[in-house]
Design a binder for this molecule. Structure first.
Ligand SMILES: N[C@@H](CCC(=O)N[C@@H](CS)C(=O)NCC(=O)O)C(=O)O
Length: 231
């Protein structure tokens, strides 16, 4: 059975969604990233990057065990393993990969930095908030344009590109970018939220989700000396 080493964050949810959509049996291994469990030797043995999500598939390519990190790589792997949620070939396949990379290289890092400087940074600095707010709004406009011409990012079919972007975009209001300002994007968020597999996926480790402000100890784990210790 596939193990998913994870936590209930947008990057974790991408993989939970894909596993639920494909109906693959999986075992959740929680990695509490505020408590520093990402630095435990057993997790570092799977991913030197000490970030969730990561998977271990005992029945990987050629019947060999595969340990894999980076959510985009995991989504492509699961799509190819099951033959689902990625077009088989041609322009449709590259369009799907293009929007997946747009999430991995744009939405994830930029929205993440906006979250950091708006919600987590101890000092509230105007320049980074403005910089990442501008980038986030620009990326939202790109999404809105795409979703005005097609129901899903890859085109007519729901795919791993949507699964990658949705967990980040649905939380738009919490980073001060109202979804209501982007009606095409909001309609897409609602369409995906209605999928039974997505509703199940967001319940994975939902009891661990916390909205309480970050403590000093957690700040050290996530953004301080513990995070940046040489390993
Ligand atoms: N590019 C990576 C990003 C993974 C990532 O940033 N994961 C966060 C949670 S969403 C994490 O594990 N953070 C732990 C830490 O910062 O120590 C991916 O998409 O898998």
């Amino acid at each position: 059975m596939i193990e998913v080493w994870t936590w209930p964050t947008p990057n974790g949810h991408k993989v939970h969604i894909m596993l639920e959509e494909c109906g693959l049996p999986y075992k959740v291994v929680p990695v509490d990233i505020r408590a520093g469990e990402q630095f435990k030797p057993e997790f570092l043995a799977i991913t030197p990057n000490h970030r969730i999500p990561a998977i271990v598939d005992p029945d990987g390519p050629g019947g060999r065990r595969l340990a894999l990190f980076e959510s985009g790589a995991i989504l492509i792997y699961l799509a190819e393993k099951t033959g689902r949620f990625i077009p088989a070939d041609g322009i449709a396949r590259y369009t799907c990969l293009q929007w997946l990379m747009f999430q991995m290289g744009g939405i994830g890092p930029m929205f993440g930095q906006l979250n950091h400087f708006r919600n987590y940074a101890k000092e509230k600095l105007a320049y980074p908030v403005e910089r990442y707010m501008n980038e986030t709004q620009r990326l939202m406009r790109v999404l809105a344009k795409r979703l005005a011409e097609a129901p899903y990012l890859a085109g007519d079919e729901y795919s791993i590109a949507d699964m990658a972007a949705w967990p980040w975009v649905r939380g738009s209001d919490t980073r001060g970018v109202p979804l209501a300002d982007y009606p095409e994007v909001k309609a897409w968020v609602d369409r995906i939220a209605a999928r039974p597999a997505v509703q199940k996926a967001v319940q994975v480790l939902a009891d661990k989700q916390r909205s309480a402000p970050i403590t000093d100890k957690e700040r050290d784990v996530m953004f301080g000396a513990t995070q940046f210790a040489r390993r």
